[in-house]
Design a protein around this ligand. Structure first.
Ligand SMILES: [Zn+2]
Length: 322
């Protein structure tokens, strides 16, 4: 028996959740259904595996829902992967931020972005056969996730009426270039995508076509959200939770400690980016996880380098500043 069922679970006023299996370590992605009247909205779409597709369609069928809008929080395969297919199947519109659509397009398997990522990893000292594996695994993940046709580009700070409630669009770059959260001030509910996950810290990666300082973007996005009176957080993975302020603080603390750990490592001697990566994450990661560990390491190194806390030499080695 599967651990996932087709029942929608009420998680906040006017919001229900469905967990869809994904073939990645986080095990499931949350899809949210806003409203139950004439114009329900889906938030995120899941990844194209047969079980996820049939669970979602069955859940909608059982609840008598026909979504008119599918809003995508960000262009990662587990969040938008099924979007194009669902839009065709359900006849719904897809809404997302324009830079996220560009990101979805730029990681299609034949795109030059993968060559840029390979070069970035090789320059970072990752062994070439490892790089080849990592790139192949990444392209494989993206091979089944065509970019959807987008009917409307959502914009920062606009208000959207979705499923009978008013949601404010909050663009929160960091985990993705123009990651979108939605906030309902009446119920004080934050649909957080992958910006504020419980238990695990969202991956903050330096990707070849993205921001040059994604960690700074992420820390600024956290600071910008902090004043919001959020009572309920509905994350993209894991379970809903009610400790918004505490979680923001934990994520800020985590990154501060990670930056210190990197400087501490480099005080023991210069290292390549890959050397720092294996010092932080070990060298037992598979070709899926090492991609995220490496871009995360690079984002922290870039943050420190831009602030003069370390230098990258001609030899590709990072050294802590004195
Ligand atoms: Zn994500």
């Amino acid at each position: 028996m599967t651990e996932f069922g087709p029942e929608l679970e009420a998680v906040a006023p006017g919001v229900r959740r469905l967990r869809l299996p994904i073939p990645f370590p986080m095990r499931w992605v949350n899809v949210y259904v806003l409203g139950d009247g004439a114009t329900p909205t889906l938030v995120d779409a899941g990844y194209p595996v047969p079980e996820a597709r049939s669970l979602l369609l069955e859940a909608l069928h059982r609840a008598g829902l026909r979504p008119e809008i599918l809003l995508v929080t960000h262009a990662h395969p587990d969040h938008f992967g099924l979007a194009a297919e669902l839009a065709g199947e359900l006849g719904c519109e897809v809404w997302m931020e324009s830079r996220e659509l560009e990101a979805a397009q730029s990681y299609q398997p034949a795109s030059s972005t993968w060559g840029l990522l390979a070069a970035q990893f090789e320059q970072g000292g990752m062994p070439p056969d490892r790089v080849e594996d990592v790139i192949r695994t990444g392209q494989h993940t993206w091979a089944v996730t065509p970019p959807p046709r987008v009917s409307r580009f959502v914009r920062a700070d606009e208000e959207l009426e979705l499923g009978g409630r008013r949601w404010r669009v909050l663009v929160t770059p960091g985990h993705a270039p123009a990651h979108v959260c939605l906030f309902d001030p009446d119920s004080q509910t934050l649909l957080a995508g992958d910006h504020l996950l419980p238990r695990i810290t969202p991956n903050i990666g330096l990707w070849p076509t993205g921001s040059e300082d994604p960690l700074d973007d992420f820390l600024r996005s956290l600071a910008a959200l902090r004043p919001l009176p959020v009572r309920r957080v509905l994350p993209g993975h894991g379970d809903p939770y009610d400790t918004f302020q505490g979680r923001v603080q934990e994520l800020l603390d985590h990154h501060r400690q990670r930056l210190q750990a990197i400087l501490q490592t480099l005080r023991g001697g210069p290292r390549t980016a890959y050397g720092v990566c294996t010092a932080l994450f070990g060298d037992g990661l598979d070709s899926h996880n090492v991609r995220f560990a490496m871009v995360e390491t690079l984002s922290h190194l870039a943050y420190l380098e831009r602030r003069g806390r370390l230098q990258r030499g001609e030899d590709g080695l990072y050294r802590a500043s004195h």
